[in-house]
Design a protein around this ligand. Structure first.
Ligand SMILES: *Cc1c(COP(=O)(O)O)cnc(C)c1O
Length: 360
């Protein structure tokens, strides 16, 4: 039986993912790389991304939680899977049993892991998280608990690494330089893995003593710092098709609320994608654009749940069935994010499950 093609889909470019991963490794000066694949690999499909990167050998894969770790382990049983966020105690038994790697933020967590690992007759692998300014998880470096943690020794616990997180590597250079210095002064080389950098961190800050980087966004071809964008290849192209072309007269309302009234006889194209697919309605006010047959055209009126309306009066060539790029190599996801008053991370992770991911 033959099925119709999807109305909205996301093309995932495996060679772009590989290019971006290799760039992360190169920019870090050859450090170990944790490929951050949380939130279904920023919406790109964790299976697709693992498939693209596997033979490039990321040292770790970073996920948000135990459910994501479980899913990843089913895809790649040999993966070293690191839980980026704090684990709660209901998850410890599974973490120990499955060999996931967790980070700890206080002595209570560390000792609880030790007790449960001992009773499971297993060795749990942990990293010490340090709060050097993020204000989320981590030991405060000046605390006595931190001293206790870095000298902690228990036969069922391997403290394999120490890490911290950048709150402002794409926004505040002065703070971030100081943060790197502080973290470097705290970590001793007896920890096998020492890590601080996210994408912006590894692109813009050099470190001699740290040896593991944790890129997320840049793997998907979007730079948090505009200066580095040209080095990256967008891995996702979000697409739809023209479902209808028609004309409306001057003075005609367009979409809900009639916030747009045509100022001339207008040719419109209806595109089969909307906010239920992840095209944020909040962009409606900012003259967002799409690409049809290599030409930009403006979205007019409010974005609706499943459809958007585009002014194609000035386009020479646009007919039903034509492909439309919402973002990709021509319209960058960062442009879309800016128009929606948000960040590229939120755009990627907001692409709905009903948008089919297609490998190219
Ligand atoms: C999400 C995350 C990253 C990746 O950040 P990007 O800015 O997407 O590169 C790195 N480290 C931690 C702890 C994270 O939660």
């Amino acid at each position: 039986m033959e099925f119709s093609p999807p109305r909205a889909w996301a093309e995932i470019d495996l060679s772009a993912l590989r290019h971006n991963f290799l760039l992360a490794r190169e920019k870090s000066g050859g450090q170990d790389v944790m490929a951050v694949v949380k939130a279904n690999a920023y919406g790109h499909g964790v299976k697709n991304v693992v498939q693209a990167l596997e033979d490039l050998k990321p040292t770790f894969y970073g996920v948000a939680n135990v459910a994501e770790a479980r899913e990843l382990k089913a895809i790649l049983p040999s993966a070293k899977i690191y839980l980026l966020g704090a684990a709660n105690q209901l998850e410890y038994r599974e973490i120990i049993r499955e060999g996931f790697i967790a980070c700890v933020s206080n002595m209570e967590e560390l000792t609880e892991f030790a007790i449960l690992a001992k009773s499971a007759r297993k060795k749990v692998v942990l990293h010490i998280a340090v709060d050097t300014g993020m204000g989320r998880g981590g030991f405060l470096p000046e605390s006595s608990e931190f001293q206790e943690a870095i000298s902690f020794s228990h036969s069922n616990v391997e403290i394999e690494g120490i890490g911290s997180h950048c709150p402002a590597s794409d926004e505040d250079e002065t703070f971030t330089r100081r943060q790197y210095q502080e973290f470097e002064s705290l970590v001793s080389k007896r920890f096998k893995y020492r890590h601080l950098a996210n994408s912006a961190g590894l692109l813009h800050y050099k470190s001699e003593s740290l040896n593991l980087v944790r890129p997320g966004l840049m793997l998907y071809g979007c730079s948090p710092l505009p200066d580095y964008q040209s080095l990256l290849k967008p891995a996702m192209k979000l697409c739809s098709r023209v479902s209808l072309v028609r004309g409306v007269p001057k003075g005609h309302g367009i979409s809900y609320g009639r916030t747009y009234i045509t100022t001339r006889d207008t040719k419109i194209a209806i595109i089969g994608i909307g906010y239920a697919d992840g095209i944020l309605r909040s962009m409606s006010k900012r003259n967002p654009q799409v690409l049809i047959n290599g030409q930009r055209a403006s979205i007019i009126g409010r974005i609706t749940m499943d459809q958007i309306i585009v002014d194609i009066t000035d386009m020479t060539d646009c007919k039903t069935g034509d492909e439309v790029e919402l973002f990709g190599s021509n319209i960058l996801v960062s442009e879309v994010a800016h128009q929606a008053d948000t960040i590229p991370w939120e755009i990627f992770t907001g692409i709905a499950p009903r948008v089919e991911r297609v490998l190219v």
